[in-house]
Design a protein around this ligand. Structure first.
Ligand code: NI
Length: 193
């Protein structure tokens, strides 16, 4: 059973490891990730947002089940990035926080699908923004790392609120210690990387 984790959970800052094998459990976890993404009204979800330290994300630019493409990117790499565009972003790991982020306008992304087939896509617009946001997650980067100092001041209270909630949950034993989280991640890595 996967659960969405929120800022400042340490796994969100952990660079995910390349995937070396896909099995039935991983396929069912990908289904679960789509389920969580739709439930939370998101358009993309990276594996480390559900505490899996592996290089995979799912996306559906429509944000709705049965509409638009359901995309799975395993070991994604951006091969070429051009142009620039700025737009507001949010993140399921920072619910309620939005800010403008500058991204490349178009990207060429190379990855593998859940069926093992190679993906080589030239994309732009909203999907290109999603891919860059999710790929950042896999590197331990959050969209709040890419916003202006001025915009950061506007969300600093929200961030402090998230930090206080996290500390409380941890003290209540609802979130493992750093060592426990490290052990959990090592287990997933041993299985899939
Ligand atoms: Ni996000």
């Amino acid at each position: 059973m996967l659960h969405l984790i929120t800022y400042p959970h340490p796994t969100l800052r952990y660079p995910a490891k390349p995937i070396a094998r896909v099995d039935a459990q991983l396929r069912s976890m990908v289904d679960e990730m789509f389920h969580i993404m739709y439930e939370q009204r998101g358009v993309g979800l990276a594996a480390n947002q559900v505490n899996l330290p592996i290089r995979l994300f799912v996306a559906n630019p429509s944000g709705e089940k049965d509409t638009g493409p359901e995309l799975v990117f395993i070991n994604p790499v951006i091969k070429r990035a051009t142009g620039s565009s700025e737009a507001e972003e949010g993140c399921l790991s920072l619910p309620g926080v939005n800010a403008n982020v500058k991204r490349n306008k178009s990207v060429r992304v190379n990855a593998y699908g859940i069926d093992g087939r190679e993906i080589d896509l030239e994309i732009d617009g909203f999907l290109a923004r999603i891919v860059q946001h999710e790929l950042d997650h896999l590197d331990g980067v959050l969209f709040i790392d890419r916003i202006s100092e001025e915009n950061r001041k506007q969300i600093i209270d929200d961030l402090m609120g998230f930090e206080a909630t996290f500390d409380m949950k941890r003290k209540a034993g609802l979130i493992g210690s750093d060592q426990q989280l490290l052990d959990e991640r090592a287990e997933w890595e041993a299985k899939y990387c």
